[in-house]
Write a protein that binds this ligand. Structure first.
Ligand SMILES: N[C@@H](CCC(=O)N[C@@H](CS)C(=O)NCC(=O)O)C(=O)O
Length: 123
């Protein structure tokens, strides 16, 4: 009890969850910035626009398009405690959703994170 999975029951077996979790972790650590997103999500659009505006290179996985998108979403919930999209990772580290990304930008912390991760070229 108390786990995210108990709040959001999934049809995945434990093994399937482990496999999907491994895949999500590989994706998050193999690219400087990854945005787990949904095509119709306005918060996701906001984050993608902000990253583009800052000149960052980033990868997007649209969970409503991927055949295993709902499994990935459940794996992300189990891993990060966050089920909503956007779910953003920078430098392999979980950052959070749109609110957190915008807050970090307003606090001057987003660009350094992106630069350290190699998503923005040093000037
Ligand atoms: N406060 C969150 C809001 C994110 C949010 O509400 N996202 C919606 C999609 S627009 C969501 O993930 N809903 C659940 C789902 O799609 O499974 C943020 O800043 O990222």
């Amino acid at each position: 009890m108390g786990s995210v999975m108990s709040l959001f029951p999934s049809k995945m077996s434990k093994e399937e969850l482990e496999t999907t979790l491994t895949k999500a972790k590989e994706i998050a650590s193999s690219t400087p910035v990854i945005v787990f997103s949904k095509t119709y999500c306005g918060y996701c659009t906001r984050v993608k626009q902000l990253l583009t505006q800052l000149g960052a290179t980033y990868k997007v996985i649209e969970l409503d398009v991927e055949s295993d998108g709902s499994k990935i979403q459940s794996a992300l919930a189990e891993w990060t405690g966050q089920r909503t999209v956007p779910n953003v990772f920078i430098g392999g580290k979980h950052i959070g959703g749109c609110d957190t990304v915008v807050e970090k930008h307003q606090g001057g912390k987003l660009v350094p994170l992106l630069t350290d991760a190699g998503a923005i070229a040093d000037k």
